[in-house]
Design a protein around this ligand. Structure first.
Ligand code: SF4
Length: 434
């Protein structure tokens, strides 16, 4: 587990009523030597979030004071479907407070999420600005101790502790969705950082180790992997590393593992029989990005045999946000100029900002050349890019939106060069059943 000293700890009163959760809480307090913890009822959560320690972790990490120790809220997952009722109670106890805005993960209702690229749950089609696969995603501990400058989930963690109940419900979800073969955990956190002491992600690895033809995908920037060596994973946990080159990993993704540490961690996992993948995501065009990317890609192929690769330039923020959360002087001047001009021309680029199409295309073409210089066969694809970018680069990548395999798609099982069937057609036949 990461070295976390004297963290501020808040605990939902629901934890005190669950022995398993209490045991995990005590394991955390013992390991971190936390000075103590404060009990919080649901109705008191709004006031808790107004405390300075919580206010200090609002917004993108790069746009606020640096913090070294995250703040923690421990609670239990709820599967009673009573989220609205709980929110009404909170609203009644906090006049003027909009309880509908309170994130689910403080109330224990963020566990299995139907992801559909921001579109209505049953509107199953490619989002032209965000080509990705509709599927169920797993959340266990939203928030993260890493301090990635562009991320608003940094500096706190909301962790559910009733793992056995979580796995019992997960088992039902997996049985009810035979079409989905892989499950991503956690798109709002890094699930390696509290292991093995919290024994949550470890239990999920064991769970999928017992499943025939079902896989867990861990999305991570962490080098904390040694605990995985002895787990009965049966090769059913896929380690999907978000990989960035030197300057970005050390200066814009503080507290996370460096480029070399992530590649070495992936090498170890592969040696222990786990499939590994890399996502060059998000790619931030820093000064000298080409040389750094070339060096990173060389090391990937010198040390590992990835199952597949994918890439995404930094997006989902305005030029204004970019300016607020990182020093533009660190970035490639030509890319910054293009982003500034795109912002000044006032065109709404939605998710596809701050870097305009041509800047992102140049980055992807460079990565493609560098990857193919080392390897002709490993699938390389675009992740959450536009249909326009796919029509430009699909032929060169040798794949297409309806067939590409990728880092965390629901049908992207290990060893595939392409998907056997259109994932939107599959999902349309199966939306959503719990
Ligand atoms: S590792 Fe992921 S969740 Fe953690 S701060 Fe970075 S981007 Fe956010």
């Amino acid at each position: 587990m990461y070295r976390i000293e004297n963290p501020a700890v808040f605990v939902s009163d629901r934890v005190l009523r669950d022995e398993e959760s209490l045991d995990r809480l005590n394991a955390f307090v013992e390991t971190t030597k936390a000075p103590g913890w404060e009990v919080v009822k649901d109705e008191e959560i709004p006031a808790m979030l107004e405390r300075p320690v919580w206010k200090g972790v609002r917004g993108k990490a790069g746009a606020r004071e640096r913090i070294d120790t995250p703040v923690f809220f421990f609670n239990t997952f709820r599967f009673d479907g009573k989220s609205d009722e709980v929110r009404r109670r909170i609203a009644a106890a906090n006049p003027g407070y909009d309880a509908d805005k309170l994130p689910d993960y403080y109330l224990g209702y963020r566990h299995f999420v139907w992801f559909n690229s921001g579109q209505p749950a049953d509107d199953i089609k490619p989002n032209p600005e965000h080509v990705c696969r509709p599927c169920w995603r797993l959340n266990i501990s939203p928030g993260c101790p890493h301090e990635c400058a562009y991320c608003s989930m940094a500096g706190f963690m909301a962790v559910g502790l009733n793992v056995s109940e979580y796995l019992a419900h997960l088992d039902r979800l997996v049985e009810a969705n035979p079409w989905q073969r892989t499950y991503l955990v956690d798109d709002a956190s890094d699930v390696l950082v509290l292991e093995p002491e919290m024994n949550f992600f470890s239990e999920m690895v064991r769970f999928f180790g017992t499943k025939r033809d079902r896989y867990l995908i861990a999305h991570t920037k962490s080098a904390n992997v040694d605990f995985l060596r002895s787990l009965a994973h049966a090769g059913h946990t896929i380690m999907c590393y978000s990989l960035a080159a030197e300057t970005q990993s050390t200066q814009l993704e503080r507290m996370s593992a460096t480029t070399d540490q992530r590649i070495e961690a992936a090498r170890k996992c592969q040696q222990w029989g786990m499939p590994i993948r890399f996502k060059f995501k998000p790619i931030i065009p820093v000064r000298n990005w080409r040389d750094e990317a070339r060096d990173m890609i060389r090391k990937v192929f010198e040390k590992t045999r990835p199952d597949n690769l994918s890439m995404t330039a930094l997006m989902w923020m305005s030029f204004e946000d970019l300016e607020a959360c990182m020093d533009l002087d660190m970035l490639d001047p030509a890319s910054v100029d293009a982003a500034r001009k795109a912002a000044e021309n006032g065109a709404d680029h939605g998710r596809l900002q701050p870097f305009p199409h041509d800047v992102r295309r140049e980055i992807y073409e460079f990565y493609l050349r560098e990857v193919r210089a080392h390897d002709k066969n490993t699938p390389l694809t675009l992740s959450t890019e536009s249909l326009e970018m796919w029509s430009d680069l699909g032929p060169a990548l040798g794949t297409a939106p309806a067939t590409y395999t990728c880092g965390c798609g629901p049908c992207a099982t290990p060893g595939l060069k392409e998907l056997p069937e259109n994932p939107w057609k599959i999902a349309r036949r199966n939306v959503p059943s719990r």
